[in-house]
Design a binder for this molecule. Structure first.
Ligand SMILES: Cc1cc2nc3c(=O)[nH]c(=O)nc-3n(C[C@H](O)[C@H](O)[C@H](O)COP(=O)(O)OP(=O)(O)OC[C@H]3O[C@@H](n4cnc5c(N)ncnc54)[C@H](O)[C@@H]3O)c2cc1C
Length: 387
């Protein structure tokens, strides 16, 4: 349900669904309950060629399409949303940065490790005082002989302390706003790098989120990504893809809400018949299926058009629609399950806990609407007919 996939992408989807159903989904509740980082899942994904999927083959990537990566994120979120977000950040926000903006030497050095599972990649943009307004960041990069010294604190970093490599955004001295923001690749074990304790989150317990602290961290010129002052443009371009990934994550969780609700409604009997016979339950399932269909169409279409000029607005629309749909329907799934929906063993309360953050990270729903409204108000009325 949700648009035709080409034969190659269908093969990728079949392969990832096999892995999710056989291995990733069955151990997902345990990872969540123990707040255990799903390293074994990431190793498995690397072994089966799912890491660095869109990176060029000549640098050790799989050279597959953005759509293929998107269906992988969706399937992972169906089985284990925490694994999905770690995977999405690693691929869309880190590995893609290397192949889009890296020099030949950087690509040759880094992509093989990001592909074979030796290194997990993270993305460090947000700060405690600079979230939606990321251009206001205050981490500093002071030029020194042979490189830079980085000082600052990055907030809410997914895979903090677990990932081996970090894409860090910091500002050159005497600059303000977007100007002067520069991207750097930082190894976890570099002197001066440390991490706060994992934040206790509402959901996604298996995905570690923590502060990253940089105290006078030396980064060689060869570890700067792109040119000085190009960092903000790099961050926004990566987030265009990242938001498609978050929309895919929401689609995967919505598919799980629908699958569990459908199964339960056909099994559970009240008033002498399965509750699926009651129109009040059927309408919830029908609305879930309809929104899943729409969310998938928007997400897959955005993925197909990853490199189009208007991708920012397409990605924003897919993200805001899919993320709000999963929150709405996670509540409906709990309702279909009655009292059991409120109990952990049935796995639908987790969809609400895990799904809520898709309305927040990589740009909140409000920020997505600002992007959509700005595009709408700066284009012509005729453009409303061009999709
Ligand atoms: C679990 C988790 C994982 C994350 N992982 C990462 C990561 O790996 N790397 C990283 O860099 N960041 C990460 N983030 C940070 C995330 O991207 C930010 O939390 C998000 O961008 C919002 O920023 P904020 O939390 O500072 O909220 P704020 O920007 O303070 O927003 C607070 C509220 O004000 C609203 N608001 C703000 N500005 C406007 C406006 N102009 N118009 C209307 N409403 C507005 C927002 O929509 C929101 O409702 C993560 C966050 C979480 C929760």
């Amino acid at each position: 349900m949700g648009g035709e996939l080409d034969a190659d992408t269908r093969l990728v989807q079949d392969a990832i669904l096999r892995l999710v159903n056989s291995t990733i989904q069955p151990r997902s509740a345990e990872y969540d309950a123990n707040a255990q980082f799903p390293r074994a899942n990431l190793t498995l994904l690397a072994e089966q060629g799912f890491m660095a999927m869109t990176a060029p083959v000549e640098y050790g990537g799989a050279g597959l399409s953005y759509l293929a990566q998107t269906v992988v994120v969706e399937a992972l979120a169906f089985g284990c949303p925490a694994t999905a977000v770690i995977y999405e950040v690693h691929n869309s926000l880190h590995t893609e940065a290397v192949w889009r903006y890296g020099t030949d030497a950087q690509k040759a050095n880094w992509i093989p490790k990001l592909s074979d599972g030796t290194a997990i990649g993270a993305f460090a943009l947000t700060e405690a005082e600079a979230g939606s307004d990321a251009a206001d960041l205050s981490s500093m990069a002071y030029p020194v002989a042979g490189g830079y010294r980085l000082t600052g604190r990055k907030m809410f970093i997914s895979s903090a302390g677990e990932a081996e490599r970090y894409l860090v955004f910091a500002r050159l001295p005497a600059t303000a706003g977007r100007e002067g923001i520069t991207a750097f690749m930082v190894d976890r074990d570099t002197p001066g790098v440390s991490f706060g304790r994992p934040l206790e989150k509402m959901g996604l317990h298996a995905s570690k989120t923590a502060e990253m602290v940089l105290e006078d961290v030396f980064v060689a010129v060869g570890d700067r990504l792109g040119s000085e002052g190009q960092g903000y443009e790099i961050a926004l371009t990566l987030l265009d893809g990242g938001r498609i990934g978050i929309a895919a994550q929401a689609c995967g969780m919505l598919a799980a809400a629908l699958a569990r609700s459908r199964r339960y409604a056909m099994e559970r009997k009240q008033f002498g018949q399965p509750i699926s016979r009651f129109e009040g339950v059927q309408f919830k399932l029908a609305d879930m299926a309809t929104d899943l269909y729409a969310a998938r169409l928007m997400t897959y279409e955005a993925a197909r058009r990853r490199n189009d000029r208007d991708i920012r607005v397409r990605a924003a629309m897919a993200k805001v629609f899919a993320s709000e749909a999963v929150v709405r329907h996670a509540l409906a799934a709990i309702q279909v399950h009655g009292g059991y929906g409120y109990i952990r063993d049935y796995g639908v309360e987790r969809i609400l806990r895990d799904g809520k953050v898709t309305e927040i990270y990589e740009g909140t729903s409000e920020v997505m609407r600002l992007i959509i409204a700005s595009s709408l108000l700066h284009s012509t009325e005729e453009a409303l007919w061009k999709v």
